[in-house]
Design a protein around this ligand. Structure first.
Ligand SMILES: [Mg+2]
Length: 267
């Protein structure tokens, strides 16, 4: 029996699982093709809202993986869907958004009006995502809006991410500054929080679901929190030594996604 036979639904992290940066991980396209041919549902989950679902689908197709925008769930999308579910109408509601254009667009599509400057200080929502041009004025407007009662959402709490220069500040660092200044904690959408999984599971509508990722503190912990089976791949940021040192233990550990089509490994 193959490992893949244990599951009907597959939630896959992207970077470190199907590609690393711009390069596909060997065999990922064939493996995903096989899963789909077997009638399994495959969704791609990412904390990174700097691209839209259709841009991620384009990237996946460019490395030979059949995917459409409907197959991709970003943390931005999770916030938008969550807010829609919580409110009967979003007419006349406003958001101050710190983040990328895809994040702004996703929020705009809900019907919420995005406001800036003076208006931003009285927004109904503050929504924070990854942002390389983060400025003190943004921290200030967000803080004032929150102190005026805005509802606070963030795409993820990732503290730093690897770059050619080393690990550089990510969304979690920006988020911390606004949380400290406002004294208010954001509701976070991305892994390991449950919001992104709730959206994914609703979309998937299957039993026997597995979360596959390359990070213990986001993918695997998030999958466990959501009550799913978990598989760690060693093709991304986690090495065997990190796994030994961590209290977070996945159900299965494989070298890369190709091993889904091999015999079930020992636990
Ligand atoms: Mg990853």
């Amino acid at each position: 029996m193959k490992l893949a036979d244990l599951f009907n639904g597959f939630l896959l992290d992207m970077d470190g699982v199907v590609y690393v940066g711009g390069n596909p991980i060997k065999g990922s396209a064939d493996t995903i093709k096989y899963l789909k041919e077997k009638g399994k549902t495959v969704l791609f989950l990412t904390n990174d809202p700097r691209r839209s679902p259709s841009e991620y689908a384009d990237k996946l197709r460019s490395i030979g993986i059949q995917a459409s925008a409907e197959d991709v769930i970003t943390s931005a999308m999770a916030i938008a869907l969550h807010i829609c579910e919580e409110h009967d109408s979003l007419e006349n509601m406003t958001a101050y958004v710190i983040g990328s254009n895809p994040l702004r667009n996703q929020i705009r599509e809900t019907g919420i009006k995005i406001v800036n400057g003076e208006e931003g200080k009285y927004a109904d929502f503050v929504i924070l995502g990854s942002h390389p041009d983060f400025h003190y004025d943004e921290m200030k407007i967000a803080t004032l809006a929150l102190r005026n009662g805005a509802d606070f959402y963030a795409t993820n709490r990732d503290p730093a991410y690897p770059s050619e220069e080393g690990h550089i500040p990510a969304t979690g660092a920006i988020l911390a500054s606004v949380e400290v200044a406002s004294g208010i904690k954001a509701k976070v959408a991305g892994k390991p929080e449950s919001m992104i999984f709730e959206v994914a599971l609703e979309k998937m509508n299957k039993n026997k679901i597995v979360m596959i990722g390359d990070r213990l503190d986001t993918d695997i912990l998030g999958g466990k929190n959501a009550g799913l089976s978990t598989i760690l791949v060693l093709s991304g940021s986690t090495k065997k030594k990190d796994l030994e040192d961590s209290e977070i233990k996945p159900d299965y550990v494989i070298n890369d996604v190709r091993d889904l089509l091999k015999d079930i490994p020992a636990k």
